[in-house]
Design a protein around this ligand. Sequence first.
Ligand SMILES: CC(C)(COP(=O)(O)OP(=O)(O)OC[C@H]1O[C@@H](n2cnc3c(N)ncnc32)[C@H](O)[C@@H]1OP(=O)(O)O)[C@@H](O)C(=O)NCCC(=O)NCCS
Length: 140
Amino acid sequence: MSQFKGSYFAPALAKIHSQAFNEAWSEDTFTSLLNLPTTIGWGDEFGFLLASDLGDSMEILTLAILPQHRRKGLASQLIQEMCDWALKHKKKAIFLEVAEDNKPAKHLYIKTGFTQTGKRLDYYKKGDIRVNAICMTLSL
Ligand SMILES: CC(C)(COP(=O)(O)OP(=O)(O)OC[C@H]1O[C@@H](n2cnc3c(N)ncnc32)[C@H](O)[C@@H]1OP(=O)(O)O)[C@@H](O)C(=O)NCCC(=O)NCCS
């Protein structure tokens, strides 16, 4: 999987995201995010991870794998690639938020070494309901 920067891949990311999430982000949202100098991505045609460089740490903004390519280790590989980059660039930690009801993602993050460090009540809006966010951290 390769690393990318810049808005060239916004349409492809929006397409994958729409197949991975019910509340998908628009192409414009990806264009804006990718135009930020702090945004870095890793991925291929099966999935991607977008992160923000916060200086001495990183934050995972989103992570999506196409449904038919899940449970093959692709997300784990993306996280590993981001961690390798973060270590090389002397980052001290990686942060993320995940919906409390997203079992696959919570299992993935625990398996890759993240631990829960907080909770944001009613953080996500899913249709008519609100879902808490679990804040997780991986110390490098
Ligand atoms: C969550 C997601 C990114 C996982 O991608 P993936 O490529 O299937 O993950 P991996 O194959 O690397 O799985 C690694 C581990 O995560 C856990 N995991 C992944 N999917 C799981 C599931 N459906 N149920 C339970 N555990 C799961 C397992 O521990 C798995 O290890 P194992 O296969 O040896 O049991 C993918 O399901 C996805 O795109 N979901 C929709 C978008 C999303 O929720 N993104 C995260 C938002 S924070």
